[in-house]
Structures are given as C-alpha cells and as structure tokens.
Write a protein of this length. Structure first.
Length: 91
C-alpha cells in the first residue's frame, strides 16, 4: 500500500503532509486530527508546543479514535475540510 501512496505523491505537485492523532470521529466521513509542532519561542528561545486541529476527509471510515494518521492537503471539500487521510500509521 505504501508504494501506491508514494507513486500518488510523486505524480502530483508537492502538497503539505502532517502526522497527528485522531481526536474525533463523530462526523460522517470526517475526522479531526490534532497535530503537535515543537518550535522555539521567538523571543526567549524555549521550545514550546503548538497544537493545531485539522478536519480531514476519511472516505472509508478506517481511522479510529486515538490512531496516529498521516493526512495530506487537498482542494477544499467543505467550509473547514481541506485535508484527506492518506494512511493510518498506528492503531
């Protein structure tokens, strides 16, 4: 399956990908993914966590609550949803 994903990614233009944890699966064909990025504070230099939630399209409903998933940027699918599920990394 990873070969199919890699060929799919190579044939298209570069798109952003994120890895995060599924925090909600209550919507139909939509998951909410929480991504944590560690960046230095601009003034003090201390490493701080930035948490951002992404709404992603999950066509088959394969992601479960608490899974680690990879999502990819796509065209806008609704008001908030412009990411899609690529793979479930860990159940």
């Amino acid at each position: 399956m990873s070969e199919n994903i890699e060929s799919q990614v190579e044939s298209r233009n570069l798109r952003k990908t994120r890895v995060g944890e599924v925090v909600s699966t209550k919507m139909d064909k939509t998951i909410v993914v929480r991504s944590v990025t560690r960046v230095p504070h601009p003034r003090f230099g201390k490493i701080v966590k930035q948490i951002k939630k992404f709404y992603a399209h999950d066509q088959d409903g394969q992601a479960q609550l608490g899974d680690t998933v990879r999502i990819m940027e796509t065209r806008p699918l609704s008001k908030l949803k412009c990411w899609r599920l690529i793979e479930v990394i860990k159940h």
